[in-house]
Write a protein that binds this ligand. Sequence first.
Ligand SMILES: Nc1nc2c(ncn2[C@@H]2O[C@H](COP(=O)(O)OP(=O)(O)OP(=O)(O)O)[C@@H](O)[C@H]2O)c(=O)[nH]1
Ligand SMILES: [Mg+2]
Length: 306
Amino acid sequence: MLQQSAAKVKFTNPLYGQLIVGPPGSGKTTYCQNAFKFYHELGRQVGVVNLDPANENMDYNPCIDVMELITMEDVMDSMHLGPNGALMYCAEFLEDHFDDWLLPKLRKQSASCKYFLFDCPGQVELYTHHAAISRVFERLEKEGYHLVTVNLIDSHYCSEPAKFVSTLLLALNMMLRMGLPHVNVLSKADLLKKHEDKLHFSLDYYTDVLDLKYLLEVLDDTPSLRRYKKLNAAICSMVEDYALVSFHLLDSRSTESMLRLRNHVDKANGYIYKAGEEQSVNALMACAVGAETESVRQSKDIDPYL
Ligand SMILES: Nc1nc2c(ncn2[C@@H]2O[C@H](COP(=O)(O)OP(=O)(O)OP(=O)(O)O)[C@@H](O)[C@H]2O)c(=O)[nH]1
Ligand SMILES: [Mg+2]
């Protein structure tokens, strides 16, 4: 009977979460800050949970902050570990204190927040080789959170074919290991303009991960990479066989770009529009369009992608 009523509460009062992951400096914290404002304006009861024990530049006010539990700096000092080892220790510590620290705090917050943005650490090994943080996410799912991984990767990685191959491998690895609904994002799309001349292909090629034989041809033409010909071919063939990886471009400071990403994220975690949210979207769109001058609009030749 108790179980039945607990299940009913979960069903009628669902909780949602975006797990913001990605390599160091890819824009996770900036995204959380902008996404908090954006979703708040849409009328969602949103809160940011900082899970990065080395988060130095939080410009948002987290509703839960892992740095109250443990910091990377303290671990480095007291355990004589380097930054990587200390971050892994912190992830294991968080897992150990899931029941007595994170869960009670989340339960308390969920009285006023239904939608959480989790700002995660930027060490990719935590998602590709180490299991503690994945187990934390599993526990959240068991608690009834509808989660989606939002994997931010700096769009600068499109500028060199070798970097893009490693980006594809990283994204695929994270998707397979984390096993959650997943949205891959090329962040800082506003800066792509600076690297446009270095791009070998159109933007669609990178976002839709089209026929990788063309990428291989460019790689094979690079003298220093010729000796990795078979390795690159094997990686590309594996990425194509799984056919899972594609990307969305994001400029997290643009409302239109955030709206486009929101549509993908909502599909991925099954978020059902709350009454009135579409009206807020219309209002936001009106503001976004009104705020942009014609010259700015015309100068954005990559605008349709954002
Ligand atoms: N131009 C541009 N810069 C951005 C954008 N997003 C983030 N940045 C900049 O990128 C740098 C890193 O951003 P953060 O948000 O701290 O990145 P992070 O992924 O949280 O970094 P770690 O937590 O250290 O892994 C900062 O200088 C940001 O101002 C963006 O959309 N466009
Ligand atoms: Mg950060």
